[in-house]
Design a protein around this ligand. Structure first.
Ligand SMILES: O=C(CO)COP(=O)(O)O
Length: 222
């Protein structure tokens, strides 16, 4: 049985020295504890250490680079991400797209460091391709719905069910998340109904006047 997972992507919504990220992460932790649903957070690289050391919840990087230690200026080094306290990473988010070869290399790099991998995809075909690479999760997010407030689970249920079917066919060990426009309890309930095991979301929570109340609503129908 797969358990529900919510991952909140903070993107670059929050300025400052990480206190905003810690506050949102704290809200995630409280709602996770109250609801029994796993909630992770993906802050900016520079906030991973602060969030992970101050809040006891799963922290994800927003991406990483498939490089080792050495002459790799400007790259996100997996060991530093892990040492900062991350337990996993997003890969190939629509706002940070990679080539297929680099998705594959990023998965291998993360897996060798025992980090969980969530590969983002934009349609059923890319979900199928991502599943063939064997990440822990594929997260399908139609780019046109990202940040729109229109939930993928209602606006494009077919991309979720199609991804679930394709991923199951290609690699049944890979689990499917969906995202884009998700913010309410009914959106998460619909996402689970469609066969995904959870959601990847951002603006509906991060930009809410009261992120904790928004998170409470999100888990209210599960
Ligand atoms: O890109 C997303 C999460 O990674 C989805 O963003 P929104 O929840 O803002 O639509």
């Amino acid at each position: 049985m797969s358990s529900t997972l919510i991952v909140l992507n903070l993107k670059t919504y929050l300025e400052g020295t990480g206190e905003g990220a810690v506050k949102v992460a704290q809200a995630c932790k409280e709602v996770a504890d109250d609801s029994g649903i796993e909630i992770g957070v993906a802050p900016q690289f520079c906030d991973i250490y602060r969030v992970a050391s101050q809040v006891d919840l799963p922290v994800y990087a927003q991406s990483l680079d498939p490089v080792g230690a050495g002459s790799f200026t400007g790259h996100a080094f997996v060991q530093s991400i892990k040492d900062a306290g991350a337990v996993g990473t997003l890969i190939n988010h629509s706002e940070c797209r990679l080539t297929l070869a680099n998705i594959d290399a990023s998965i291998t790099t993360a897996r060798n460091a025992a980090l969980k991998t969530i590969v983002c995809t934009n349609n059923v075909a890319t979900s199928a391709a991502a599943a063939a690479l064997g990440p822990d999760y594929v997260a399908v997010e139609p780019p046109e719905l990202i940040g729109s407030g229109i939930p993928v689970s209602k606006a494009d249920p077919g991309v979720v069910t199609g991804s679930v079917d394709a991923v199951k066919r290609i690699n049944p060990a890979v689990q499917v998340l969906c995202g884009a426009g998700i913010s309410k309890g009914e959106d998460l309930a619909a996402a689970l109904e469609l066969g995904s095991v959870g959601v990847l979301l951002a603006s509906g929570i991060v930009k809410a006047a009261d992120p904790k109340a928004a998170l409470e609503d999100l888990v209210s129908k599960v």
